[in-house]
Design a protein around this ligand. Structure first.
Ligand code: H79
Length: 433
């Protein structure tokens, strides 16, 4: 009996010891990068790979059960003659975005950089033979914008990737795969990405959900995250697994919903204290879809950005570049218009944190220093009551600093406007005591 207790005790000590050893402590550099990430507020997501050529989105391979050997032949025709990384970066910067998140390798398994660890890549396997991640990284560095890299955990082309919920009809033999080989492959690739392309702002994982129904499957994430942090301590790790964050992750990602909302169905998870980011498509698809011209209006896009900021989250807005290498014209126009708005109102977004008043249908608040910005997005009245108990020194219209009438009540503050707010975002600036 005694020996049994002893061994249980020993086991407990061992396991807590192991746990303590692997517990993630973000470095100073990482914590600083997290705050910069929060300050940046707005990024542009780019989904680009061979799927652009099929022009039906990035899930075509699995949705149409395309054979992986046939699919690989697309590479031989990949020649995006108009691709100009500097032009992309300039067009993206015009939106006011402070970072770009680029798909280095999506679920199709094609690598968009010069990788030694798979020939199924843009340099070795296409007539284009240019390192797209490399050109983009150089352009980002030249123009002073951060580069984040999306990296898929799931892979529909590799024979060593264990079969998951998706990509089941792509003809790969051996459903079991070879996990050790695949894990090594991913870590080798991540090492390349974090060694050869300068500072990478974040690694943005996606696809863990593919093994959700394989009981006991272990992605060995802590070691992979530790590798990333060892190579670049300030590189933020995010994972779009649709669950609450795991140890080792630096940001929490939401897909197609603002934190705390779950209209799309991927976001029932709790909202953590980590920096938050929500990604959304500018039309309806991530990868280029030729029939989808249903772009959100500039007003809707700005509202999404403002509502994200009000919830203390960043917006990562997606564009699917065309197979010819250009960004779609409508997307470029939307970015320009967002940028024109940000040039005026950026002060009320960048560097702010979610404000003191909870988000409402009428809008949100953001806060920076002694300023509380009231973003009125949807109001049919000439007045607005804020349940705000902090003392307010002054209320003015952000755009021209003209005074806004305010009346203190027992439970808050009543603002009166000369007219019903009609603008995209009617911003009232409150100066707090
Ligand atoms: O890269 C973009 C998309 O290709 C990828 N993530 C964004 C950023 C993505 N596409 N769809 N989804 C994610 C939704 C995932 C749906 C899921 Fe499922 C529901 C994953 C698990 C449950 C689909 C249905 C896959 C398995 C069942």
């Amino acid at each position: 009996m005694r020996t049994r207790y002893f061994s249980i005790l020993l086991l407990l000590c061992l396991s807590t010891g192991l746990f303590a050893q692997s517990a993630y402590q973000p470095t100073e550099a990482n914590l600083k990068a997290r705050e910069e990430f929060r300050d940046n507020k707005f990024g542009i997501f780019l989904h680009w790979g061979l799927y652009a050529m099929l022009a039906t989105g990035e899930w075509t391979m699995t949705n149409n059960n395309l054979n992986y050997k046939e699919y690989a032949k697309l590479a031989g025709g990949f020649y995006p003659s108009k691709f100009d990384a500097d032009k992309w970066v300039a067009q993206i910067k015009a939106s006011g975005a402070k970072y770009i998140c680029f798909t280095s390798r999506h679920h199709e398994g094609f690598s968009m950089w010069d990788t030694k660890f798979s020939d199924f890549n843009v340099v070795k396997d296409t007539p284009f033979a240019r390192d797209i991640v490399g050109e983009l990284a150089a352009a980002c560095a030249r123009q002073g914008i951060k580069l984040h890299l999306y990296y898929s955990h799931a892979d529909w082309s590799r024979e060593d990737y264990p079969r998951g919920r998706t990509g089941r009809g792509t003809g790969r033999p051996n459903p079991k795969g070879d996990w050790a080989s695949y894990y090594r492959f991913m870590n080798n690739q991540l090492t390349e990405l974090l060694t050869n392309y300068g500072p990478i702002g974040a690694i943005w994982f996606d696809g863990v959900w593919d093994q959700d129904q394989n009981p006991g499957f272990d992605w060995q994430l802590p070691e992979q995250y530790a590798l990333i942090h060892r190579l670049q301590p300030s590189c933020l790790v995010g994972n779009n697994h649709h669950h609450a964050p795991n140890p080792g992750e630096d940001i929490q990602i939401f897909e197609r919903d603002l934190p705390g909302e779950n209209k799309a169905g991927y976001s029932g998870q709790e909202v953590s204290q980590l920096p938050l980011e929500t990604c959304e498509t500018m039309n309806g698809m991530w990868g280029y879809k030729i029939t989808d011209q249903n772009y959100k209006s500039t007003k809707t896009l700005i509202h999404y950005l403002v509502r994200a900021a009000g919830k203390n989250a960043n917006l990562l807005m997606n564009i699917g570049p065309q197979p010819d290498g250009n960004l779609p014209e409508t997307a470029v126009r939307r970015m320009k218009e967002m940028g024109e708005w940000m040039a005026v109102y950026g002060e009320t977004i960048y560097g702010t944190r979610g404000g003191l008043v909870a988000p409402h249908d009428w809008g949100v608040t953001t806060r920076k220093g002694d300023k509380l910005y009231v973003h009125i997005l949807n109001l049919e009245d000439r007045s607005l009551f804020l349940p705000l108990t902090q003392k307010v020194k002054r209320a003015s219209l952000f755009k021209d600093k003209s005074p806004v009438k305010m009346t203190k009540t027992k439970t808050g503050l009543l603002l009166d406007f000369p007219e019903v707010p009609k603008e995209i975002d009617y911003v009232v600036e409150l100066t707090l005591e």
